[in-house]
Design a protein around this ligand. Structure first.
Ligand SMILES: Cc1ncc(COP(=O)(O)O)c(C=O)c1O
Ligand SMILES: N[C@@H](CCCC[NH3+])C(=O)O
Length: 430
């Protein structure tokens, strides 16, 4: 269990702050994030990699959580950014990242978007030869290429981004010709990139991809005659969501990746390019909880339902991927022991389905859970820092929730709750 910022006393606390008090003060649904936990994760990963290789660069994949306050925390730590859209470039610049620290990796992007990225001076990582040709008509600049290394992995089919079925990147067999053409077009290739998928918990799943990457780097250096400044092996580092899942062993991960990397450098007689990684989920996933109120309880011969005020409008992952998130009754955490260290672990008379407020049968946040609750209790949905708020919507005309950040012992509101008025804000009402 890797949630040291969560403790059970009388109620559930996050970094020492009573979650039920937060819910009372700010209402629910409410995302609450531990900034200190994000810093811990960043430092741990960076150090683990630097123990083996000095030139490490971490790009936070900010699609996981784009709140500007979280971007700022990682900027202060010295982190770089992986941006996937012009909106993410805009937010990262506003958060204080200098353009050189932003790597823009789009897919199916327009010329307008390419021009925006070029004008802002961020590094552009190209997803296809066609995109390269379109960029070369806009500007001559430094670029890198996303390669599909032929292998992928991930917690769900939708989250596998390498291999034959993936839409991303340039197929490995075409990569040499693409680098050659880039030079002919007046572009300056300085890097290579891959990202094989998301939510990977086994070190060995990354090995074939890193090996393939180093083989390609060798070919590019020899056949195209360029020295790459950086090699970016993407993100994908998973976190455990289920009680029986083991965390990715970061020290072993760092040891394996740097070993294969250095082996490749030596084999192909290369200098010391920067080794870049793009973690999203690993940095922010377990830093947040989503607080939600119990509205309604009902039973039928088949199920007990605990009806809460957060649905897949607030947290999409269970409905979209069948993802598991731990749920703890923050007001009465007597069954929290599966998820939080040293917490009590009492049995229940009947397991429950935790259901959201949307008019959709698939709006179930958690199934078959050992949890008891009564109306008015506050539940905490765990590990919602990555792809939680960033994938939330206003479906069923439910305004987006508020967000709280706790950092250095200070609690602050970092996003106001939307109101009904916000639902109409861009609509023509007359
Ligand atoms: C290009 C790129 N880099 C990094 C990531 C981060 O993924 P994760 O949150 O799994 O680390 C993603 C998302 O899958 C991505 O598309
Ligand atoms: N949205 C996915 C991760 C996708 C990462 C982006 N390619 C999730 O919640 O697990």
């Amino acid at each position: 269990m890797t949630r040291p910022h969560l403790k059970v006393e009388k109620n559930l606390k996050i970094d020492g702050v009573d979650t039920t008090e937060l819910a009372k003060k700010h209402d629910t649904p409410l995302y609450v994030t531990s900034g200190d936990r994000i810093k811990q994760k960043y430092r741990k990963l960076k150090q683990a990699l630097q123990n083996h290789y000095p030139k490490i660069r971490l790009h936070y994949a900010c699609k996981a959580n784009t709140n500007i306050n979280i971007l700022k925390i990682l900027e202060q730590e010295g982190c770089h950014i992986d941006a996937v859209s012009t909106g993410e470039i805009y937010s990262a610049l506003k958060a204080g990242y200098s353009p050189e620290k932003i790597l823009y990796t789009g897919t199916s992007v327009s010329n307008q978007e390419l021009k925006y990225a070029a004008d802002k001076g961020v590094m552009i990582n190209l997803d296809s030869a066609h995109e390269m040709r379109r960029l070369s008509e806009i500007t001559s600049t430094k670029v890198s290429f996303r390669v599909n290394p032929g292998v992928g992995a991930g917690h769900h089919d939708h989250c596998i981004t390498g291999g034959k079925e993936s839409k991303f990147g340039i197929w490995e067999d075409d990569i040499i010709d693409t680098y050659k053409e880039a030079i002919d077009l007046g572009l300056t290739p300085i890097g290579i990139h891959m990202h094989i998928g998301s939510g990977i918990l086994e070190v060995e799943k990354f090995r074939p991809a890193v090996q393939k990457m180093m083989e390609l780097v060798g070919k590019i250096t020899n056949e195209v005659d360029i020295d790459l400044e950086f090699i970016d092996i993407g993100g994908g580092l998973g976190i455990p969501y289920k009680p029986n899942e083991k965390p990715l062993n970061i020290d072993k991960f760092a040891e394996m990746v740097t070993k294969e990397y250095k082996k490749g450098l030596k084999q192909h007689n290369l200098n010391q390019p920067i080794l870049a990684l793009e973690p999203g989920r690993y940095l922010v996933g377990d830093s947040s909880i989503l607080l939600t109120k119990v509205n309604d309880i009902k039973e039928n011969p088949f199920h007990r339902y605990i009806g809460i005020d957060a649905g897949f409008n607030t947290l999409q992952r269970p409905a979209m991927y069948g993802s598991h998130h731990g749920v703890v009754n923050a007001s009465n955490p007597k069954n929290a022991g599966n998820y939080i260290k040293n917490a009590p672990k009492e049995g229940v008379d009947r397991k429950a389905e935790i259901a959201g407020p949307l008019c959709e049968s698939g709006d179930i946040i958690a199934q078959n859970r050992e949890i008891t609750a009564k109306a008015g209790d506050i539940l905490a949905i765990l590990d919602t820092g990555a792809y939680g708020y960033s994938m939330a919507s206003r479906y069923n005309s439910r305004p987006l929730p508020a967000e709280i950040l706790i950092e250095n012992g200070e609690t602050k509101l970092i996003r106001e709750r939307e109101t009904h008025r916000d639902l109409l804000s861009k609509q023509k009402t007359n």
